[in-house]
Write a protein that binds this ligand. Structure first.
Ligand SMILES: [Zn+2]
Ligand SMILES: [Zn+2]
Length: 272
């Protein structure tokens, strides 16, 4: 009590807005938020439209100059990618939040709502939201182009399947594959009706990938090979190998989802 005796009690002062006269807490501009907003648009000059290159074959996005990022719609990776495309804009303001606005998956449009802050008029901080629309321009990535030119170059393929009505486990598995770059050696990744096909230029890369899948999910697999050519001169045979990997339907879906989620969260699979 005694220590507080000489402390002047602080009261929150109020002032009148210099424009509309409303009672308000003082700020460096002494103008209420509504009036500030009508005076300045802090998103002025920030791009509201952008074009991004999208490979329709493997569902990846061009990270200039030459890298392709494989990401799913509405994923964290894609959001980071979208925000990064506005890098030069976002040095002029402070980015507070970014989120997707749902767009129809076939619309070839992605919308991101950004919330930014900027110091205006004598140091008052103004916050504003705006929407950036990204137009996806189809452009085949280098590896898909190469594959298209010579579709028979693959030696081994992995056909990953799950025959259930919903694709939750599959989604998590895909995230795990991305996170661990497990399919990094795939020369082609193709979305199929009930799963994904991965194509590899040699068998060992495919086997390694199958091993990875085995570790992170209960799977049943089948291996087959098909003779594609035989050279009688040196008695050599060329095969194409196919691994059919099916995510086990016997297991309780939710159990797998929980397990995979845990692996993701704790990064346990790093040590597998
Ligand atoms: Zn005002
Ligand atoms: Zn591609």
């Amino acid at each position: 009590m005694a220590a507080n005796m000489f402390v002047v009690r602080q009261t929150k002062g109020t002032v009148l807005c210099c424009k509309c006269g409303i009672l308000m807490a003082p700020n460096p501009a002494n103008m209420c938020v509504t009036c500030l907003r009508s005076e300045v648009d802090i998103t002025e000059g920030l791009r509201k439209h952008a074009t991004i290159m999208h490979c329709p074959e493997c569902d990846s996005y061009l990270q200039p100059p030459r890298t392709w990022l494989k990401a799913q719609l509405e994923s964290k990776e894609l959001l980071t990618y979208c925000v990064k495309r506005l890098e030069t804009d976002l040095i002029k303001v402070r980015l507070v939040n970014a989120e997707f606005i749902w767009t129809e998956p076939h619309s070839k449009r992605i919308k991101v709502k950004l919330k930014v802050q900027k110091e205006v008029l004598n140091g008052a901080i103004l916050e504003q939201s705006y929407v950036v629309e990204y137009v996806l321009q189809d452009h085949m990535c280098e590896s898909c182009t190469r594959f298209q030119a010579n579709p028979d170059q693959w030696v081994a393929s992995v056909q990953l399947r799950q025959r259930v009505s919903h694709r939750r486990t599959f989604f998590y598995l895909e995230q795990l594959i991305l996170k661990h770059d497990a399919a990094v050696h795939a020369i082609k990744i193709k979305q199929m009706d009930q799963g994904i096909d991965f194509f590899f230029a040699n068998k060992s890369h495919a086997s390694k990938f199958v091993e990875f899948l085995d570790k992170v999910a209960p799977t049943k697999r089948r291996e087959s090979k098909q003779l594609v050519s035989h050279d009688p001169k040196n008695n050599s045979y060329n095969y194409k190998y196919t691994f059919s990997v099916e995510i086990s339907p016997i297991c309780r879906e939710d159990l797998i989802v929980c397990l995979l989620e845990l692996l993701l969260v704790w990064g346990i699979s790093d040590r597998l």
